[in-house]
Design a protein around this ligand. Structure first.
Ligand code: GTP
Ligand code: MG
Ligand code: ZN
Length: 292
């Protein structure tokens, strides 16, 4: 039989048969010996070993379109990167790191700022300007008040979308708002440090309609850029390339060079300053790593 992994907990994988059955499966040892770990979103072949209790074995993982490490998920068409506009304040450094990782994996991104009910629109234009200039679509929503949900839903139509973002920004609240049967647990924000409490512990996939899936995932609080040369990083800031004609050197990395079209664009405000500053931080980090 064929199905899709919708959840994995403690060595069990829950496989949806595409109709109404969810079968609790083990994965055979062969996967481990091949260094393969089943992921939520995987399409699999499985044997039903117990029809009454709905237990089975995954016998094959079908070829993947892609496999993300963070959040762990397979066969993703796009990521909806969720941050909250306040409570907690958006950590733009983390957002930019996340965007770099998605660019490197060639996963299209839609950026979504949640909790607009708390701000009444304040601060939105700055974020919109910086990220639209970078080529991303930016949505402002309130999962709690149901604002902007139709726009989110229309972006999801016919695709598999993974939600990703820090803890406490409202990923599970958004999941429930779009798909009430999901009944994901949501958690409060710690008053003192304004951070989420890592309420969601595993990734779960929901079917919203024909060929339309969304995945809720655990929040993350840091992200290290790995497996990348410092000189490669600029390629993952999509807004840089159109200004590179103004750089004196081919392969300019837009850091120490004197004549640099990208740095000029930052000065003029054509590239968001925080985007550029975060680029420099990550660049330096990758440089430092190379020494060891
Ligand atoms: N004011 C307001 N609060 C919201 C909104 N969406 C979510 N919240 C609140 O934010 C808190 C965290 O929401 P969750 O949905 O659990 O956040 P999460 O991103 O799933 O967090 P993790 O599972 O820890 O990664 C809860 O107290 C929610 O009620 C919103 O649109 N407006
Ligand atoms: Mg959650
Ligand atoms: Zn340059």
């Amino acid at each position: 039989m064929r199905g899709k992994i919708i959840k994995g907990i403690a060595g069990f994988y829950y496989v949806h048969d595409g109709k109404e059955l969810v079968v609790q499966c083990r994965a055979k040892g062969v996967f481990r010996s091949r260094g393969l770990k089943p992921l939520v979103g995987d399409d699999v072949e499985f044997d039903l070993t117990d029809e009454k209790d709905l237990e089975g074995n995954i016998t094959e993982i079908l070829p993947r379109k892609n496999a993300l490490v963070r959040p762990a998920a397979a066969n993703v068409d796009q990521a909806l990167v969720v941050f909250s506009i306040t409570h907690p304040e958006p950590n733009l450094n983390l957002l930019d790191r996340f965007l770099v990782m998605m660019e490197a994996q060639e996963v299209p991104v839609v950026i979504c700022f949640n909790k607009t009910d708390l701000t009444g629109g304040a601060g939105e234009e700055t974020y919109r300007a910086a990220y639209e200039a970078a080529g991303y679509e930016v949505l402002f929503i309130s999962a709690r008040k149901g604002l902007g949900l139709e726009e989110v839903r229309s972006r999801m139509e016919g695709k598999t979308t993974v939600l990703a973002g820090p803890s406490g920004v409202g990923k599970s609240s958004l999941t429930n708002a779009l798909f009430p049967q999901a009944a994901m647990e949501t958690g409060s924000i710690s008053k003192k440090i304004q951070r989420g409490k890592h309420t969601t512990r595993h990734t779960e996939l929901f079917s919203l309609g024909e060929n339309t899936y969304m995945m809720d995932t655990p929040g993350f609080s840091s992200m290290y850029i790995e497996d990348m040369e410092a000189g490669e990083l600029k390629d993952y800031f999509p807004e840089f390339s159109r200004w590179e004609d103004g750089c004196k050197f081919l392969g300019c990395v837009h850091v120490g060079e004197k004549v640099c079209g990208v740095k000029d664009a930052v000065e003029r405000g054509d590239i968001g300053r925080s985007r550029y500053e975060n680029y420099r931080l990550m660049y330096q980090e990758l440089k430092d790593k190379r020494r060891y």
